[in-house]
Ligand binder design. Structure first.
Ligand code: C2E
Ligand code: CA
Ligand code: CA
Length: 695
């Protein structure tokens, strides 16, 4: 392994030595230069002093020297006097030797008389001074002759300084020797200190880093050790496992594989819907549970989309369970294509699907998915020879705003789905707290509804049906009203769906039948004859086998003749009952007339219609409303009329409010009219008062 600390110590040591090796000489060089400059300037100053105070003897000597020999220069009076003066000036200064050269380079004066007369013409220092520039040279002398005698071990700075004549011309050169030993000693000492200081600082730095590096190295070594140990253990385990596996005989292996397969199959069945292969309710709930935990911890949002097919029941009832199952499989497959891979789609049961969307950022994202899912129903489903147009409604709840538990989120998505269905099929709706309030209102209303029958809060109103040609009363439709002490007058569109959901429709429907028959019979006995009366039937009533007994019982009890009774069934009622044909046949067998209500809004096929033992079609109010304004509605009415003619049905138009509508319908051969034009549904007394007065 790479030895970090060894590498570090080597590199840092080299760097420190290099730094010290460069810094020391550099510092020395700098200091020597400074000392030289300082000493030189002192020499120059000293030369100035000499020049000033020795002006005249010097001048004399310079002039006298020309052409004379050395002995003369040594012994002349000028020379002797000059020497006395120079020595006097040198005393107590650092200057230890003085030489003076004339213009020709001849030594005219020296504190060492033996040198007088020597030529310095070739000396570089002398030449430079003759050119007007001071030149200096720092040297170490083991011994030097001074005016005070011999000195040993001296550092000397020798400077050549030009001597100026009165006319500023250079008439000679001074050579001044200055003793710089004290400076050099000082320099040596400081150099030592600086070197020591640098060394100590570097050493400290090195030590500090060394500690850090050493520690890092130890951690690395430690981890390496652990990795090696883990690898070794793993190797041992792998070996042991391999051995173990080898030892296990093949028979056992086969058994294990079989058991695994069975287990995974069981597991698959436990978590999947066998029909569609999608995840099932249990799987969805478990996944939602864990997703909720995750989302809670990471502050994320998620969405639950409750998907319910709009017309599945009709398909199932009219085309059979086989087709229904096939349809569910197709729907499951198509939905899977439209949700993203990360979203979880599952089938809750029946025609209910549910989708979980995770890591939701915006509501718009959820809306996009919902639109995508609804778009899956844009193209019809092809099942054998059937082409089915289907739609779905979606309710959406969001975590955390709409609930934090699986139960709340699923329930609220379901509530929102019902709202989506109310608004109109093939839509999606986000959950809002008002929906729960509405749901609570529904529960309250349902509770009130349960007591209403016992409390006698219901009554039956009657709406006239007249002959199109002569406007004579031919019958009436019985429409139930609820006069609730708590809620006031409640219209059937508000409470009939509730009554159907809660099962109250059974006793309520029976009561309406009974009350209507009773009323008609009572009128008859008192001289007012209503030719026929229509009563609306709910699919829930018709589903019950006991309904026939109840109906027969009512006819018997009230004495009503079956021929005067007409039952109104919507297309969806007919489609909703298992074997509708047989059931209706039984009703016909009792002698009761049948009318197909809200005709045109459902989608019963012509061939199916032909088989039904129905005598009357009631054109839905929504088409009548379009007469004079909507040519599409008018076309539908025309088609219905033609159809009715060819199948021999009598036609009643509902919701006729204007004379124009009545005229249009009359012209097409519609036999009966019902609507506000001829009267609203009113209480029996008012009805009798209005219609018995006529001839
Ligand atoms: P429906 O069977 O289609 O009844 C006709 C509805 O249209 C009635 O509303 C009636 O008042 C209204 N209507 C009649 N002529 C006109 C018109 O010219 N203009 C307008 N705008 N409306 C008109 P209602 O009484 O509120 O009944 C609503 C629905 O409740 C009925 O629709 C029927 O499906 C259901 N219903 C009423 N009574 C019963 C009942 O005793 N049993 C069952 N199962 N359902 C009933
Ligand atoms: Ca009706
Ligand atoms: Ca109707």
């Amino acid at each position: 392994m790479f030895n970090l600390s060894r590498y570090f110590s080597t590199v840092s040591f080299i760097l420190i030595v290099l730094a010290a090796g460069v810094l020391g000489p550099f510092y020395r060089q700098l200091s020597v230069q400074q000392i030289t400059e300082l000493a030189e300037s002192r020499n120059v100053a000293m030369a100035q002093v000499f020049e000033n105070s020795l002006r005249s003897p010097l001048d004399n000597l310079m002039t006298a020297s020309v052409g004379r020999d050395a002995d003369f220069l040594r012994q002349s009076g000028e020379a002797v006097q000059l020497k006395e003066n120079v020595v006097a000036l040198m005393r107590n200064t650092a200057v230890i030797r003085v030489k003076i050269y004339n213009r020709l380079g001849i030594t005219v004066f020296s504190s060492d008389p033996s040198q007088i007369g020597e030529s310095k013409l070739d000396n570089a220092g002398f030449r430079s001074a003759m050119n007007g520039a001071v030149a200096s040279d720092l040297t170490h002398r083991n011994s030097i002759d001074t005016f005070e005698g011999i000195r040993a071990d001296v550092d000397v700075l020798a400077s050549y300084i030009p001597v100026m004549a009165k006319d500023r011309s250079i008439e000679g050169v001074f050579e001044l020797y200055q003793d710089v030993t004290p400076f050099m000693v000082q320099l040596q000492r400081s150099l030592w200190w600086v070197t020591a200081g640098v060394f100590i600082v570097f050493a400290l730095l090195y030590l500090m880093q060394y500690v850090v590096v050493r520690r890092a190295q130890r951690i690395l070594e430690d981890q390496e050790g652990r990795i090696v140990a883990a690898r070794d253990t793993l190797e041992i385990q792998v070996e042991a496992r391999t051995e173990e596996l080898k030892r296990t005989n093949t028979h056992l292996q086969g058994e294990i594989a079989e058991r695994r397969q069975a287990e995974s199959k069981l597991n698959y069945l436990a978590y999947h819907d066998p029909l569609t292969g999608l995840a099932n309710r249990r799987c969805f709930i478990e996944r939602l549970e864990s997703s909720l935990q995750e989302a809670g911890q990471h502050d994320q949002r998620l969405a639950v989309l409750f998907i319910d097919l709009d017309q599945f029941k009709q398909v199932n009832d009219s085309l059979g369970h086989g087709v229904g199952d096939e349809l569910l499989i197709s729907v499951g497959a198509r939905l899977s294509e439209h949700v993203r891979l990360i979203d979880m789609l599952s089938r809750l049961g029946g025609d209910e699907f549910i989708c979980l969307m995770e890591a939701v950022r915006t509501e718009e994202e959820v809306a996009i998915l919902a639109r995508e899912i609804l778009g899956a129903f844009d193209t019809p489903f092809l099942l054998g020879e059937h082409e089915l147009f289907l739609s779905a409604s979606i309710g959406i709840s969001l975590f955390p705003s709409d609930g934090s538990s699986v139960l709340d989120l699923m329930r609220n998505a379901d509530t929102a789905m019902y709202r989506a269905k109310d608004v109109g099929r093939g839509q999606f709706h986000f959950y809002t707290p008002e929906m729960t309030r509405d749901a609570k209102d529904r529960i309250r209303m349902e509770n009130l509804l349960r007591r209403a029958l016992d409390n006698g809060e219901f009554s039956v109103h009657l709406q006239p049906q007249v002959d199109t040609q002569n406007e004579k009363l031919v019958g009436a439709e019985a429409l139930v009203r609820w006069n609730s002490p708590e809620l006031g007058l409640v219209m059937p569109s508000r409470f009939i769906p509730l009554a159907e959901d809660s099962g109250i429709i059974i006793p309520l429907g029976n009561w309406v039948l009974w009350e209507t028959c009773r009323q008609v019979m009572q009128w008859r006995q008192s001289g007012f004859d209503l030719p026929q009366v229509s009563v609306n039937l709910s699919v829930k009533q018709l589903e019950r086998p006991e309904f026939f007994d109840a109906l027969s019982g009512i006819l018997e009890e009230t004495g009503m003749d079956a021929a005067s009774l007409k039952l109104e069934l919507t297309e969806s009622v007919v489609m909703g009952v298992g074997d509708a044909c047989t059931v209706l046949q039984r009703l016909r067998g009792l002698g009761i007339s049948l009318a197909l209500d809200d005709f045109g809004t459902g989608y019963s096929s012509l061939s199916y219609l032909k088989m039904l033992p129905v005598q009357q079609l009631k054109i839905d109010r929504s088409f009548v409303m379009g007469i004079g304004t909507n040519s599409g509605d008018e076309a539908i009415i025309r088609t219905v009329m033609e159809l009715a003619k060819s199948l021999n049905f009598e036609v009643v138009a509902e919701g006729v409010e204007t004379a124009e509508q009545a005229a249009f319908l009359a012209q097409l051969g519609c036999q009966q009219l019902q609507g506000f034009l001829h009267g609203r549904a009113v209480a029996p007394a008012e009805f009798r008062a209005r219609w018995s007065a006529l001839p």
